[in-house]
Write a protein that binds this ligand. Structure first.
Ligand SMILES: NC(=O)c1ccc[n+]([C@@H]2O[C@H](COP(=O)([O-])OP(=O)(O)OC[C@H]3O[C@@H](n4cnc5c(N)ncnc54)[C@H](OP(=O)(O)O)[C@@H]3O)[C@@H](O)[C@H]2O)c1
Length: 327
């Protein structure tokens, strides 16, 4: 199979490229080259914001093209310029309009597609992906649209999947501070499980739209898996009331001064409960959470980029002192 990967230098793309190389697939990556693809994988440097960016790969007939874009304009030009019999587009769970009910399936209501070619901010993310999906479906040939929830594992620079396991291994006191609601549904898919499934969809020309995430756990179970990875001597958890977190400016979900994975909004409560029966019937397999957490700890302990999520040591110590002063 000759495969064109539009990406290959970022988190998911590198995982796809590594696996494709190891499976002996004839792979070409195209990206600006902010980082390098894995050793032995050719990279064509191009900026897809330019009209003629795909010229170097437009004269070849590809067995499959995998596109990781978030920008409808980039996808529009890919569909216009490339020749392939199968597309795999990596979309997102954020295409769904509602997360106040359990287990959205692929027929659930979507947000309206973005009407312009470029996202103006993060609020355009879901609408942009809907527009991209529509463009891919309109292309000649078949297509797989995969809709991942949170992607985790080694290389997750966002730190969403890595913060707690790293914090268990690097405590600032007798306990680690965690969100209040341990019953919150949480799921993530290991980046290598997703990469493997994406390649399977390309190889078998799966024509479907598929939610792709790991099993739904509770936040408490995720924290327990992190604790298990660290083993003997791992600290206890200490849930912090939501009003204190909000008052102290601790963010939800991601970013600096945050408690990652925490969502305190009923409209988003079931974000992590996607129905994945379709993807599983097409061969999606996901490893145990504890295995992903062990791999992620290894990455977090050796990462060179600054940590983008969670509390710094000083922030966690100060918050614990506040809790103790307030009894
Ligand atoms: N991370 C998650 O939890 C998550 C969840 C659901 C869905 N997704 C989706 O999964 C996909 C991959 O996510 P990721 O975290 O691996 O993304 P990423 O690290 O940002 O990778 C994006 C890729 O696109 C390339 N790219 C960006 N702008 C470009 C341009 N103007 N021209 C050419 N190439 C360009 C980047 O390479 P260069 O910078 O080298 O150009 C990179 O290889 C995305 O579509 C994302 O929406 C992610």
């Amino acid at each position: 199979m000759n495969l064109l990967l539009l990406g290959g230098t970022g988190f998911l793309g590198r995982a796809i490229a590594t696996l494709a190389r190891d499976r002996g697939i004839d792979l070409t990556c195209l990206a600006r080259g902010s980082a390098l693809p894995p050793d032995g994988v050719p990279l064509i440097r191009a900026d897809r914001d330019h009209q003629d960016a795909l010229e170097p790969v437009a004269d070849r007939e590809w067995d499959a093209v995998i596109d990781l874009s978030r920008q409808p304009g980039q996808v529009r030009r890919a569909v216009r310029d490339l020749t392939t019999s199968h597309w795999v587009f990596v979309s997102t769970a954020n295409v769904y309009a509602r997360f106040d009910r359990l287990e959205p399936d692929e027929d659930s209501e979507l947000v309206e597609p973005l009407e312009v070619d470029e996202m103006r901010g993060v609020e355009d993310y879901g609408p942009a992906k809907v527009a991209c999906e529509n463009l891919i479906r309109s292309a000649p040939g078949t297509s797989t649209i995969v809709r991942p929830g949170l992607i985790g594992g080694p290389g997750d620079v966002s730190g969403r999947s890595g913060y707690y396991v790293w914090r268990f291994a690097n405590p600032t006191g007798p306990d680690i501070l965690v969100p209040p609601d341990l019953s919150l549904p949480v799921s993530l898919i290991d980046v290598d499980d997703l990469a493997s499934f994406i390649l399977t969809c390309a190889e078998h020309r799966v024509a479907a739209t598929l939610n792709t995430t790991g099993p739904t756990h509770t936040l408490g179970e995720v924290l327990e898996a992190c604790r298990e990875v660290v083993g003997d001597g791992a600290p206890e958890i200490r849930p912090v009331p939501a009003d204190i977190l909000e008052r102290e400016g601790v963010q939800q979900w991601m970013g600096p001064r945050s408690l990652p994975l925490w969502i305190n909004d009923p409209e988003w409560r079931f974000f992590a409960t996607l129905d994945t029966s379709g993807a599983r019937s097409h061969g999606l397999q996901t490893r145990p959470l504890v295995e992903t957490m062990a791999r992620t700890l290894d990455y977090e302990e050796n990462r060179t980029e600054p940590r983008e999520a969670g509390l710094t040591d000083d922030e966690e110590i100060a918050l614990r002192e506040t809790l103790e002063l307030e009894g």
